[in-house]
Design a protein around this ligand. Structure first.
Ligand code: PAF
Length: 282
């Protein structure tokens, strides 16, 4: 299996393989891989001749240094997991120095307002960091397709916007959320939950499903009030936000329109771990 830690080596390797017909599928990750990540790789393998996976905990997208410090780093296990899918997958696991070359800073991006909502409002600078790293990785890998999970739905929309604005020659493919048996959305952060909290966290998806039902005949504000109350009943959780937003603009839904697609977005703390999830509402 080819594992590269230097972009120059990865680029040289890909240049050797690339022909006019080569399709490169790229799955950017921060490691601590789970079934959700593996499903992105499977999707890439179905539709491309080469699949590249990056494993890099990107410091510039963390607004909270403690969160960055605690982020799980499990490279050996990740590589073993990837091998179970295919030994042909190419792994790029760079150091901060290889990527940032001594200038570990993000560039400012404009995403037509998508960046000011939800995660953008609660994690200042986060999407500048995401844009910075994803653009750098695209320049290194030069993929035909790149795969992103819908768990980070706002990130998916933001990456699509960045690609459009910078006219990058890559197609962004969104893939469905993978869930644990109890409905908890798979996330690398779940590793930091105690067994008890992991079980309790089933409440998040359960509440999202109930919110979806209520949205059939209640207003956005009524549904938001319902979700807020549900979490107030469970003091182990601290709800950071629940918002109902237009999928395309991510602007909050004030009055429902039949022509718009809406999603419920949630960020909640349990066990001091911040979890996010979302659900399509109509
Ligand atoms: O979703 C993630 O894991 C990260 O935000 C990404 C896209 C790999 C960029 O660091």
């Amino acid at each position: 299996m080819n594992i590269f830690s230097k972009k120059s080596d990865l680029k040289a390797h890909l240049d050797n393989l690339r022909t006019a017909k080569t399709k490169i599928g790229f799955v950017p990750t921060m490691g601590a891989l789970h079934q959700g990540h593996l499903s992105l790789m499977k999707e890439s393998m179905k539709n491309n001749s080469i699949t590249v996976v990056s494993i890099f905990v990107n410091p510039t997208q963390f607004n909270n240094p403690e969160d960055l410090k605690k982020y799980p780093r499990t490279l050996e296990r990740d590589v073993e997991n990837i091998k179970t899918l295919s030994k042909d997958i190419i792994v790029y696991a760079p150091t901060v120095e290889d990527i940032y070359e001594g200038n570990t800073k993000s560039v400012a991006f404009e995403y037509d307002g998508l960046e000011f909502q939800m995660e953008g409002a609660h994690r200042p600078g986060h999407f500048d960091g995401v844009g910075t790293i994803v653009k750098k990785l695209f320049e290194i890998v030069q993929p035909t397709n790149s795969y992103f999970g819908e768990k980070d739905f706002q990130q998916l929309q933001i990456v699509k916007k960045m690609v459009e604005k910078h006219q990058l020659p890559v197609k962004i493919q969104g893939c469905p959320i993978h869930r644990e048996n109890n409905g908890l959305a798979m996330s690398s952060r779940n590793e930091r939950l105690s067994t008890e909290a992991r079980n309790e966290a089933a409440l998040i998806f359960k509440t999202l499903k109930n919110a979806k039902k209520k949205f059939e005949n209640q207003s956005a504000n009524e549904v938001i009030a319902f979700v807020t109350k549900e979490f107030e009943k469970h003091p182990n959780f601290q709800l950071e936000y629940f918002e109902i937003a237009d999928e395309a603009t991510l602007l909050p839904c004030k009055r429902k329109s039949k022509t718009k697609k809406y999603r419920g977005f949630i960020a909640v703390f349990i066990d001091n771990v911040r979890l996010i999830d979302n659900i399509s509402l109509n």
